[in-house]
Ligand binder design. Structure first.
Ligand code: PFF
Length: 453
């Protein structure tokens, strides 16, 4: 059964389309354009892509449906939504821990996310000032090296990006988020298509295509499978309440299933397009696909530097990346801000200031992990590596597992079915996935991740 008349104090999306744009804005970000290519490059290509696609289909989609459903039913920040729903279902109040883990995960993710988005911001300026014109691969590597070895410059751009993010979040759902993404998302698709068009003529398209879509299973490792699973959560913004809070602003008459498929497909298409834009350029210029987090920053300037109109394409590309990161960053911090407003009774502006400042301060550790603290390692991982590993491979799957257990087992079937509005057959299919397939698969990822530490 659906609950009638419960409203979010933070507002509601103006339409189904507004929600889809916002959720796609959250899902599509650095994960698709920066992280997907470099982890695909590090894990050997096709086989990794296949496992990732499988994870999106059998774990990502049912978990996303569940998160939106819980959010829309609870109509509050994830912490308070979980408390309300657990009480309604006669379950333990401990379920709200899910919301708290989500808040902590959000702080940690945004702290490094903002630093990488800061790199993209600095590259907009470098691209537009013509620095990449005729640049060699060696010089491009040096430019990237100069950036990451300089804490002051990174701090400046990280501060700018956090400022942009908090500016939108402080203005609230209708005023801030919705207007921002309505413009950003369509622009992003178009720019990406232009880039793929260029890549098709770069001379490396066949090789790039083969690398991405021809699975060679001898190249995939256990760790690669874990990374693919973790990335399915990261890229769809699942497991920490971001999609849940967007669901809490969703009008009642919207089909959750249809919205989920639209967002998941759009997100996957963008990641694959990014791969199709980047790998041909990598191969055409004999660059290294496994270059790591610097992949797009080290390789793309070489291509932009060589192509006609490269100044414009390069500038547009990094602007696109900043926009994509921006609309994701907003959603990473929104659960925290909504929770502060609800439970502390403070204004949205103040809540944004507080959450933004804490995240900004945490981000300094990531900046230093690329230079002054680069030798500070645990299990061969720098602070940045650890934050990425802990959040994507452990905390998000843990959150996803709890969401699956709550939606599949703790909630009465009549309630979840009413909220999802599914026919008997489709509902049974969702239930099978969320009750058995998803938790078992996540448990396997999770246990492996612990073992690997
Ligand atoms: N999905 C975003 C990306 O792919 O860049 C990152 C992200 C957003 C992760 C929101 C988690 C989240 F809650």
């Amino acid at each position: 059964m659906m609950v009638e008349g419960r409203k979010s104090i933070h507002g509601e999306w103006s339409s189904r389309w507004a929600f889809i744009l916002a959720a796609t804005g959250s899902a599509v970000g650095l994960g698709n354009i920066w992280k997907f290519p470099y982890i695909t490059g590090e894990n050997g290509g096709g086989a990794f892509v296949l496992v990732y696609l499988l994870c999106i289909a059998v774990i990502g989609i049912p978990v996303m449906m569940s998160e939106i459903m819980l959010g829309r039913r609870g109509r509050q920040s994830p912490i308070n939504t979980m408390r309300t729903l657990a009480r309604e279902e006669g379950r333990s109040g401990y379920w709200q821990l899910l919301g708290f883990v989500g808040v902590l995960t959000g702080f940690l993710i945004l702290s490094f996310y903002s630093v990488i988005a800061g790199w993209a911001l600095s590259y907009v300026v470098q691209a537009v000032s013509g620095l990449f014109e005729g640049v060699t691969a060696e010089r491009s590597g040096e430019i990237f090296g100069e950036l990451v070895s300089n804490p002051g410059v990174q701090l400046f751009w990280h501060t700018m990006f956090m400022g942009m993010t908090m500016f939108v979040v402080a203005r609230g759902v209708r005023e801030g988020l919705e207007k921002a993404v309505r413009l950003l998302m369509p622009a992003l698709f178009i720019l990406l298509l232009i880039l793929v068009g260029y890549a098709m003529n770069s001379g490396g398209f066949a090789q790039g295509f083969h690398f991405l879509f021809d699975p060679d299973f001898s190249k995939i490792t256990t760790e690669g499978v874990l990374t693919a699973l973790g990335h399915a959560f990261f890229t769809l913004s699942l497991g920490m309440g971001a999609i849940m809070i967007y669901g809490s602003y969703l009008p009642e008459n919207v089909s959750i299933t249809r919205a989920t498929f639209t967002v998941a497909i759009a997100d996957t298409v963008v990641a694959l397009l990014a791969g199709m834009a980047i790998f041909p350029i990598v191969f055409a210029n004999s660059l290294e696909p496994g270059a790591g987090p610097g992949l797009i920053f080290q390789t793309l300037p070489v291509a932009f530097g060589a192509m006609p109109g490269g100044l414009i394409f390069g500038t547009l590309f990094f602007i696109l990346l900043v926009f994509a990161a921006w609309s994701s960053a907003i959603s990473i911090i929104e659960p925290v801000v909504a929770w502060l407003v609800e439970s502390r009774g403070i204004s949205r502006r103040r809540a944004s200031m507080i959450a933004g400042t804490v995240t900004w301060a945490l981000g300094i550790a990531t900046i230093l992990s690329f230079n002054l603290w680069s030798e500070l390692k645990w299990m061969d991982k720098t602070i940045f590596d650890l934050l990425d590993y802990l959040t994507a491979n452990i905390m998000l799957p843990l959150g996803g597992l709890l969401i699956a257990l709550f939606a599949g087992w703790a909630m009465r079937s009549s309630n979840s079915r009413g909220e999802l509005g599914l026919q008997q057959v489709s509902y049974r299919r969702w239930q099978l996935l969320i009750r058995y397939v998803t938790p078992i698969a996540i448990a396997i990822v999770f246990l492996n991740a612990i073992e690997l530490i």
